[in-house]
Design a binder for this molecule. Structure first.
Ligand code: ZN
Length: 380
């Protein structure tokens, strides 16, 4: 009570007796009633609600967790369903554009850098294991050493059947993590400190770096252009041909941007179609860089192999991204809205978007090295 009085004196906050309860454990009835009489608080009983959640001195039962799960589910439904990305929405409709495993890879490896919960959770559990291995100065580490492991090393330790849930989980995962250690030292970082993201990468399997990632995800391109380019490079856009393959019903399989009456494939739409060829030529004319449209993947490889300044490569990749985006947009407008987007309109829009982007990034270090090319694109 003295502490509470001191707290009130310092902060000006008073405990409201009507709303306050005291929870007592391990005291006899006599002491209990004396404490209650002295404090003036009423006697509280478990389970109580704290911050909207049930609070209990015992382990939660499944049913008690439901409130929490319902709340989280509701929050996800209301707040995030509106913001679900293109990838997420398509996942919802059960048409996976790109395999989930691949979506979870880092961008430099060709993925979208979305963290897969199961593997991220494993990597996080790995942090607990590391704390045990390096015998980190923490009460719980001391406790598991003293009570569970005693003289065992973690690798030889067999958790007792009646040990707690978390201890059995850590032990179940340790074998998978053993290869990250050499003589007790964590080998995935230089300083030996644990890194959840490094472990996560090890769990999903170290794939060779995808060298075109820097061009696909360049900051020079608008985010929506980057994402679409990423899909096209994977050959994962839902063209009419792909829909047929996925056994999705389509009325008309012909390309709607030209009069050739050929199947709308990735190759046709982004390489051979007259519509994109016209836009492509205009871009060649604008940049005064002659690039052949030999398929987006090959074009990017070609850009990557040029002896240009880095930023010029990024600008050229961004132009490719813009061409692809506007081709797909024109296709969608034609197919679903019945509106015809002329190539001139798209060309003007691409130039406008690229110039705005250049203006935004013109003071960056890499842009200064590329001044002449930028000057040309801004004025011509
Ligand atoms: Zn066409």
């Amino acid at each position: 009570m003295e502490a509470l009085a001191h707290f009130s004196a310092v902060t000006g906050l008073e405990a409201n007796l009507e709303k306050s309860t005291v929870y007592l454990a391990g005291v006899d009835e006599d002491t209990k009633s004396r404490i209650i009489a002295r404090t003036g608080f009423s006697d509280g009983a478990f389970p109580m609600k704290y911050l909207g959640l049930p609070l209990s001195p015992k382990k939660w039962r499944k049913i008690e967790c439901h409130t929490l799960i319902d709340k989280i589910t509701q929050r996800i439904k209301v707040t995030y369903s509106k913001q679900l990305s293109y990838a997420g929405r398509l996942q919802k409709k059960k048409v996976a554009l790109v395999a989930w495993d691949k979506v979870c890879w880092p961008k430099r490896l060709g993925g979208l850098n979305i963290k897969g919960c199961i593997n991220w959770n494993k990597a996080s559990v790995g942090h607990l294991l590391w704390q045990i291995i390096v015998n980190k100065e923490a009460l719980w580490v001391k406790w598991v050493h003293g009570i569970y492991m005693k003289t065992d090393s973690i690798w030889n330790h067999k958790p007792p059947i009646d040990s707690s849930w978390y201890w059995r989980k850590i032990n179940a995962l340790k074998e998978e993590m053993q290869s990250w250690y050499n003589q007790g030292r964590y080998m995935l970082t230089l300083n030996g400190n644990y890194s959840i993201s490094k472990s996560y990468l090890a769990i999903i399997g170290c794939k060779p770096t995808w060298k075109l990632a820097a061009l696909v995800w360049t900051s020079m391109a608008l985010p929506k252009h980057r994402f679409l380019m990423w899909l096209v490079v994977q050959g994962r856009l839902l063209t009419q041909e792909r829909k047929l393959r996925l056994q999705i019903q389509v009325d008309d399989t012909a390309c709607c941007l030209c009069a050739e009456k050929v199947m709308e494939t990735n190759d046709h739409l982004f390489e051979k179609c007259k519509w994109i060829s016209t836009v492509w030529q205009a871009m060649n004319h604008w940049t005064e860089v002659s690039m052949h449209n030999i398929g987006i993947m090959k074009v990017l490889e070609c850009i990557d192999g040029k002896h240009w300044k880095l930023f010029q490569k990024e600008i050229m990749a961004a132009i490719c991204g813009a061409i692809i985006y506007h081709t797909w947009r024109a296709r969608n407008w034609r197919r679903y809205k019945g509106k015809c987007v002329q190539t001139d309109e798209a060309i003007a829009q691409i130039k406008k978007e690229i110039r705005e982007r250049l203006q935004l990034l013109s003071s960056s270090k890499k842009a200064i090295k590329c001044r002449n090319f930028i000057q040309h694109l801004m004025c011509f």
